[in-house]
Ligand binder design. Structure first.
Ligand SMILES: C[S@@+](CC[C@H](N)C(=O)[O-])C[C@H]1O[C@@H](n2cnc3c(N)ncnc32)[C@H](O)[C@@H]1O
Length: 464
């Protein structure tokens, strides 16, 4: 854990790295279950950043303070737009942008380029502040919460359910405290981005700042203010992928939500999260029924890994030994679980292969569903339902396809959110399976009727 250094221009010991959750939630290579993500994810090229240029300082040792009003990002009244450091990328810098009025006075700080801050300020959360007025229920205790914070043996603090929580119920939702562009880690020397991180926290409203400073540093070792904030970030941040219309597709965000940060890890968690780019909000929903007294948990890593791999990753990134129920089962049960994980990994690739080579059938999707159930992968069930819907439709069984597509939506919305591309695809299939791209798709490919696949010469075939 200690061996990681920041000189590799990325933050290797940070939570939720892309690779972890990518297989499930990222639109792109192997990401979207339905192939519904048509947009290219490549960077759209350098936009004209000159308009927002800050006065730059070649030494880059001290933050640069702008004196030129024209150089300030337009379009949004940030309460703070400093400090700034010169980026090695041409014509730009990386600064802290704090808005202490955001989300009804909760406040939020962003570390990014002036150009990207300008983009963020055009998102609905900023344009229509009513959207985020009532999102945060925790910090100001505006509603009774479903959980309590408690000391958990061997894990530090954690959250315990106070009431019965049903699968699909919202547990909490929060706007970010700190949202850090990955570019800050890549472009700036360690000392500079650490200064930005500390300023981003220090500039927040008092209550909010205290909340962040009280978060876990994992080891509780005494540190300088700047180092402590760095450790708080690396122990508590989530990785968030860029929005599909954000030009800066090659850089995600590194984000701290202090209330959600109290949730501990379990390899078979009872809750899951997704980020909504319109409201800049992280949503946490129950993925199974939870009884009062149970701890609320998330998986910090891709749960579809064998025990050894899970433990290695948790130990490397967060420095703890996993003692969750799955990791502490008897040897024979752990082995059986690892075999199921192995099978799942072997099989799921078949569903994204729409060539005649694919082994995917409705029966194969039934097998994967069964493996997910046995593994208690409640957060991944929507994937299996999606594959079932597509495979049944692809062999011309519309009613069964619609049945599974409905399940995919029901189980998927709490996990990936209603705006997710896979959810949109499933809604389309439910509405009209015959018009969906998957209709008879396997039959056509396997039947070898050629690309058109409609029987030729059948005069009464209707044009689609
Ligand atoms: C995001 S914080 C979770 C909340 C934290 N326990 C606290 O006191 O604020 C992550 C840290 O919690 C601890 N932690 C989380 N899950 C754990 C687990 N399953 N077993 C042991 N420690 C865990 C580790 O110290 C980890 O670095």
């Amino acid at each position: 854990h200690e061996g990681h250094n920041y000189d590799h221009h990325h933050h290797p010991d940070h939570s939720h790295d892309h690779e972890d959750l990518g297989a499930v939630k990222i639109c792109g290579d192997g990401g979207s279950l339905t192939g519904g993500c048509q947009d290219g994810l490549g960077s759209m090229g350098a936009a004209d950043e000159k308009e927002f240029l800050w006065k730059e300082n070649d030494t880059a040792q001290k933050p640069v303070t702008s004196t030129d009003d024209d150089s300030k990002p337009k379009g949004y009244p940030w309460t703070h737009t400093t400090p700034c450091f010169t980026s090695p990328q041409p014509d730009t810098s990386i600064c802290v942008f704090t808005d202490n009025n955001f989300a009804n006075g909760r406040g939020a700080s962003f570390i990014t380029t002036p150009h990207r801050a300008e983009y963020l300020a055009t998102t609905p959360a900023f344009v229509d502040q009513d959207l985020v007025k009532n999102i945060n229920q925790d910090l100001h205790r505006t509603a009774p919460s479903k959980y309590e914070k408690h000391q958990i043996p061997g894990k530090g603090m954690g959250l315990i359910a106070k009431v019965h929580i049903h699968r699909g119920d919202l547990i909490m939702a929060n706007t970010p405290s700190l949202m850090i562009d990955y570019r800050a880690f890549e472009d700036l020397p360690k000392e500079e981005y650490r200064q930005l991180q500390a300023a981003a926290v220090d500039q927040l409203p008092d209550l909010h700042r205290e909340h962040i400073m009280a978060l876990s540093t994992h080891d509780g070792i005494e540190r300088t203010h700047i180092e402590r904030i760095d450790k708080i970030c690396s122990t508590n941040a989530f990785d968030i992928d860029p929005d599909s219309d954000d030009e800066t597709q090659d850089h995600g965000f590194y984000v701290v939500f202090p209330e959600i940060a109290r949730m501990n890890h379990d390899c078979r968690p009872n809750a899951d999260y997704y980020f909504d780019h319109e409201t800049l909000t992280q949503y946490i929903h129950a993925i199974r029924d939870i009884s009062p007294g149970e701890e609320l948990t998330l998986s910090y890593i891709n749960p579809i890994m064998k025990k050894r791999a899970r433990n290695k990753k948790l130990n490397r990134i967060w420095g703890f030994q996993c003692a969750c129920p799955l990791c502490t089962k008897e040897q024979a049960q752990v082995e059986a679980s690892d075999v199921r994980i192995h099978q799942i990994k072997e099989l799921v690739g078949e569903f994204s292969d729409w060539s005649s080579d694919s082994r995917a059938t409705p029966q194969l999707a039934e097998l994967v569903l069964s493996l997910y159930e046995q593994e208690k992968l409640w957060g991944s069930m929507y994937e299996a339902y999606t594959w079932l819907a597509l495979e049944y439709n692809a062999v011309g069984e519309p009613w069964t396809a619609v049945k599974w597509a409905n399940r995919a939506v029901e189980w998927g919305i709490p996990v990936v959110g209603p705006k997710d591309g896979d959810m949109e695809q499933m809604r389309r299939l439910i509405k009209d399976p015959w018009a969906h791209w998957s209709w008879l798709k396997r039959v056509k490919v396997r039947g070898g009727w050629g690309k058109g696949s409609e029987r030729e010469g059948d005069g009464d075939d209707e044009e689609e």
